[in-house]
Design a binder for this molecule. Structure first.
Ligand SMILES: [Zn+2]
Ligand SMILES: [Zn+2]
Length: 155
């Protein structure tokens, strides 16, 4: 839920019987399921309570206040920003599994899920060598580079 910080309409009046001041604050709220609505918070000496009103049920005066307040533009900008952030997150969550599988082993041509750390060529399970290291994750080599690495750095 996104709530505009500023109320677009503050309605004050006095209760005829008690003489106490009553304040209604109208605030625009956006809910990702329900859409736009207005939250009205009423404050008086007796306390505070709130209720929600759909935009279609708002009286004309409140609608005109809303129109003049800039609240719609503010909340639209906020929602847009959140949607954009969500879309970026989605892109990183939904990686391209088919794209990954389309890579093929440079030795045998079957599906490659690994990449050699030395030559960056794609290799399948059969043609990959996972070399244990002391601290980190095992390093992935193709066979050719693995043997070169062993020659370069004999244990
Ligand atoms: Zn292979
Ligand atoms: Zn390699």
């Amino acid at each position: 839920m996104v709530r505009d910080e500023e109320p677009f309409f503050v309605d004050r009046w006095r209760d005829v019987e008690t003489g106490n001041e009553i304040v209604n604050e109208y605030r625009l709220v956006f809910d990702f399921r329900e859409g736009l609505f207005v939250e009205i918070v009423q404050r008086s000496i007796g306390g505070e309570f709130s209720w929600e009103v759909p935009l279609d049920n708002l009286d004309l005066e409140s609608l005109m206040r809303l129109n003049d307040s800039g609240s719609l533009e503010r909340i639209r900008a906020k929602v847009k920003e959140i949607m954009q952030r969500l879309a970026e997150n989605l892109d990183s969550l939904f990686f391209d599994p088919i794209g990954d599988r389309r890579r093929s082993c440079y030795v045998c041509g079957s599906g490659a899920l690994h990449e050699c750390v030395r030559c960056n060529k794609d290799v399948c399970d059969q043609h990959a060598v996972f070399a244990e290291t002391e601290y980190e994750e095992p390093l992935t080599y193709c066979h050719e580079c693995f043997w070169k690495a062993v020659e370069d750095d004999p244990v």
